[in-house]
Design a protein around this ligand. Structure first.
Ligand code: FES
Ligand SMILES: [Fe+2]
Length: 402
């Protein structure tokens, strides 16, 4: 059965207001989101092919926590805190890199093996008798691989293993040969927006805005766009293109050059497909490449948007051209979405704002908000509790629901 036949029905009558405005501004709630959402849920850090050789590493920072993923001498990728056990310096600095056989802390030169164990401290005799280097390895971070992508989480949480969680996506990821993806040139990008992270998600979680806000996407696939709602908060969107030539320069050329991929099943052959992972990540596959993007909160009013782009091995000139054109369309779309996120977030500071009034086509927002309300029931309150009582109020509501 294809994912399209598995979409949950939308009830006819539902509370269309969305989360109250205070949840987009409260520092105390943001602290709860850090604890109960971001550090305890799976985050994508890259792809196994970002670190093809022993000693290759990528880093991942989130809300004061720092991780690195490094490929070991045995070929296994492992994740650790990017935090030297001597005085906490970053063991690796930057987005990605490569080391020869060992990670050397830039502060005082402690040397770690690629399996995280401490090979040696500089001047070990100065640490007194009985310095036991076995106790000072890098702290491990949970890491799992799905479709070639590397997922980590800083603390145990409510989600199951990634393979179980994303099982409904497995067939599409296999069809798209996700494991074979290679990083595109200059594959990672980052930008910061002055908005709460939920405002970014709210814009991205629905297709109702596509016809007006995204002229290029509308031109490409606006006539046949489907949102598919699956259990466990999974959300897939398919945009089917190719039924007509396209009016805009980049769309016309993209439709012309997008490669026919005979190995893809019909529902992915002329499709831009998006796969959501709660709370803040989306994977996107097109016939010529793939990417993921996620919103990484910085503070209640600032969010880092970042992602990585991938290509297929043995890429033809035609595929490279199609990927270039797709990226152009994406850049345009992303700039449009960023503006919409800013307006939406700004409005919540206005006394004139009375909450959302959502269409059935925005059911994706409601599901995202429902999951947030489930994990942090204090978000159900229309009025903001005092900041100093936020955590306690949330705990009480969790207890009451048990
Ligand atoms: S902080 Fe790493 S060696 Fe001192
Ligand atoms: Fe959008």
């Amino acid at each position: 059965m294809s994912l399209m036949d598995r979409s949950e029905p939308i009830p006819s009558d539902w509370d269309r207001r969305g989360l109250p405005a205070w949840t987009y501004q409260s520092a105390a709630l943001f602290a709860l989101e850090r604890e109960h959402l971001f550090l305890t849920h799976w985050q994508v850090a890259g792809h196994a092919n970002d670190i093809p050789n022993p000693g290759d590493w990528i880093s991942f920072d989130l809300l004061g926590e720092r991780a690195l993923v490094v490929r070991g001498q045995d070929g296994q990728p492992r994740a650790f805190m990017n935090l030297c056990r001597h005085r906490g310096a970053r063991v690796v600095d930057g987005v990605s890199g490569s080391c020869r056989g060992a990670l050397v802390c830039p502060f005082h030169g402690w040397v770690y093996n690629l399996d995280g164990s401490l090979r040696g401290a500089a001047r070990p005799e100065t640490f007194g008798p009985g310095f036991d280097k076995a106790k000072f390895g890098l702290k491990p971070v949970e890491l799992q691989v799905f479709g070639g992508f590397l997922f980590l989480r800083f603390r145990p949480g409510p989600q199951p293993d990634v393979a179980a969680l994303l099982a409904p996506y497995a067939a599409d990821f296999v069809s798209n040969r996700a494991e074979t993806l290679l990083p595109a040139q200059a594959c990672s990008w980052t930008t910061e927006l002055p908005v709460n992270w939920k405002s970014v998600r709210d814009v991205d979680n629905e297709g109702y805005h596509v016809p007006l806000a995204h002229p290029a996407l509308q031109d490409l696939y606006g006539r046949d766009y489907r949102d598919i709602y699956l259990p466990d908060g999974l959300h897939v969107s398919y945009g089917f293109f190719g039924d007509r030539a396209g009016r805009r320069w980049s769309v016309q050329r993209y439709v012309k050059h997008a490669p026919e991929q005979p190995h893809l099943p019909p529902h992915l052959r002329r499709t831009w497909a998006y796969y959501g992972l709660f709370p803040n990540t989306v994977f996107a596959f097109t016939p010529e490449g793939a990417q993921y993007y996620h919103d990484l909160p910085v503070d209640p009013g600032c969010t880092k948007l970042t992602g990585r782009q991938y290509r297929y091995p043995n890429e033809s000139r035609q595929m490279r051209l199609a990927r270039y054109l797709a990226a152009r369309i994406d850049r345009e779309t992303s700039a449009e979405d960023q503006q919409l996120s800013i307006w939406s977030n700004e409005s919540m500071r206005s006394e004139g704002f009375e909450g959302f009034h959502l269409s059935d086509l925005e059911w994706g927002l409601r599901r995202h908000h429902d999951q947030l309300r489930h994990l942090l029931p204090v978000m159900r309150q229309d009025l903001a509790p005092p900041e100093g009582e936020m955590a306690q109020r949330n705990d009480e509501l969790i207890c009451q629901s048990k």
